[in-house]
Design a protein around this ligand. Structure first.
Ligand SMILES: Cc1cc2nc3c(=O)[nH]c(=O)nc-3n(C[C@H](O)[C@H](O)[C@H](O)COP(=O)(O)OP(=O)(O)OC[C@H]3O[C@@H](n4cnc5c(N)ncnc54)[C@H](O)[C@@H]3O)c2cc1C
Length: 431
């Protein structure tokens, strides 16, 4: 058996994992379905637990400032503009690491640049879709690959990591009886608009009710000339889902006229939602989808990672962060157990149970659950939030979420590094 680790999927999770394997001295190859690397997507959040791992991978604050900016505040606001809840984020909240709001496409390109610098251009094979795998009698694994020109090939390695996203082919083979994608009825329209950032200048704002809301936050430092930042926004409406999702795909570009009418009344002196939406260069529609948890992410020499393992609603802003952390925990398991199936077993035992719980927690609205409470108790309109949800209840609610998602401040600050500097994994030959 060779020492190669095969990674299916070169998204955020696949590339962060490849960087981790490079750091600990494990050879790997990434098969990515798309033909080339382009900066796709809009905003995502990198929570302090993920930024810590990126720093340990050698990324600097300067790197992250090129693709986003440190988040200062997370706030929920009622439809009358009154605060429901707000809290500091990142360094201002006492974390040893910042939280970053980044452009997903630019961040993805940054991961790719670093990987190319460290491992050379051959490490990611584009236009190569992993269609399945075979477990071999010597304990290794063969990945079956289909290329854009229609040809097929096979690559044999010691281990295979399925980081191939929510529509994962690796997961489909591992769990052939898994239910179809789950859609709870919420539809999201996403876009970016250059506008003046409000509140702290780097605030994540969730506005409205749990069935009808707007989320927005800046994902760039302000332009020094204009003072405008790129504002990422997600307009969201929950509708009847009894007939299932009717569009043919899960993701499509749409005109703003398709949905801006849901928000036409949302105009205040501090925010004009219809203007924010209509000034966007383009908008994308996608239903809020996830997958039911599976009992294991592992099948001998094969594991799932990132969305392939735990596609979840974006309500906790932690899908991208968790994909990065997955790769680090997998790397730490290889440092401890070598490039072996035991490493995969340790990774699975540590993450599959708790993160599956998080999927279900995000389905129940995640930290936006406070909006549900406001809606239930006063229909969404109030003068003083303390009369609706006492401060203790608000604080406890948020603390519970952060502990479950792995970014409770005290726990994270005192945790030793996931992978200590200079650690190397024993490769299969040395085992
Ligand atoms: C194009 C794109 C845009 C996105 N935009 C946003 C956004 O704006 N906001 C947000 O919150 N999240 C977005 N996401 C999702 C977000 O990136 C993930 O939820 C999160 O980062 C976890 O990353 P992941 O690597 O597990 O999955 P992904 O980032 O989805 O990456 C999976 C990768 O695997 C590739 N792939 C799929 N199937 C195969 C296969 N069989 N063989 C080989 N390769 C395969 C895909 O092309 C993709 O590059 C986007 C994902 C993609 C792919």
């Amino acid at each position: 058996m060779n020492d190669l680790v095969i990674i299916a999927g070169g998204g955020v999770g696949g590339l962060a994992t490849a960087l981790t394997l490079c750091q600990i001295g494990v050879p790997c190859i990434v098969y990515e379905a798309v033909r080339d690397m382009r900066p796709l997507g809009v905003g995502i959040n990198l929570q302090p637990n993920a930024v810590r791992e990126l720093y340990d991978l050698g990324f600097t604050q300067g790197d992250l400032d090129r693709v986003g900016l440190p988040a200062k505040e997370w706030a929920l606001v009622g439809l009358n503009g009154n605060d429901i809840y707000s809290e500091a984020r990142g360094l201002l909240a006492g974390y040893n690491w910042p939280q970053y709001a980044v452009h997903r496409g630019l961040f993805h390109m940054l991961l790719y640049e670093k990987l190319r610098e460290r491992m050379g251009p051959e490490v990611v094979r584009f236009g190569s879709r992993v269609t399945g795998y075979q477990k071999n009698s010597d304990g290794g694994v063969t990945a079956l690959i289909e290329h854009v020109d229609g040809s097929t090939s096979e690559t044999t390695g010691t281990l295979l990591i399925g980081a191939d996203g929510i529509h994962s082919a690796v997961r489909a083979q591992m769990h052939p009886a898994q239910p179809p994608i789950h859609w709870g009825g919420a539809v999201m329209w996403r876009g970016t608009t250059w506008a003046k950032p409000i509140r702290t200048g780097s605030s994540f704002v969730g506005l409205g009710t749990h069935r009808h809301r707007m989320v927005f936050y800046p994902i760039s430092h302000p332009d020094p000339q204009t003072g405008l930042s790129m504002i990422n926004w997600i307009a969201e409406v929950t509708m009847d889902n009894t007939d299932g999702w009717k569009q043919s795909g899960w993701f499509r570009q749409v005109g703003v006229d398709d949905f801006v009418h849901h928000f036409e009344e949302w105009i205040w002196d501090w925010l004009n939602v219809p203007a924010l939406i209509t000034q966007a260069a383009s908008a994308f529609e996608n239903p809020m989808i996830d997958r039911d948890p599976v009992p294991a992410w592992r099948d001998g020499p094969v594991v799932l990672l990132g969305d392939a393992a735990h596609a979840m609603y974006p309500t906790g802003s932690n899908g991208g962060s968790q994909a990065i952390v997955d790769g680090r925990i997998l790397g730490a398991a290889m440092v401890e157990h070598g490039v072996t199936q035991d490493a995969f077993a340790a990774y699975d035992a540590k993450l599959c149970g708790p993160i599956s719980q998080l999927i279900l927690r995000n389905r129940g609205a995640g930290p936006f659950g406070l909006l549900n409470l406001v809606d239930e108790r006063c229909g969404g309109t109030f003068d003083n939030i303390d009369d609706v949800i006492p401060v203790k209840e608000r604080t406890e609610f948020m603390a519970g979420y952060k502990a479950a998602a792995g970014f409770a401040v005290e726990n994270l600050n005192k945790a030793s590094p996931t992978i200590s500097n200079g650690s190397r994994a024993r490769t299969a030959r040395a085992n």
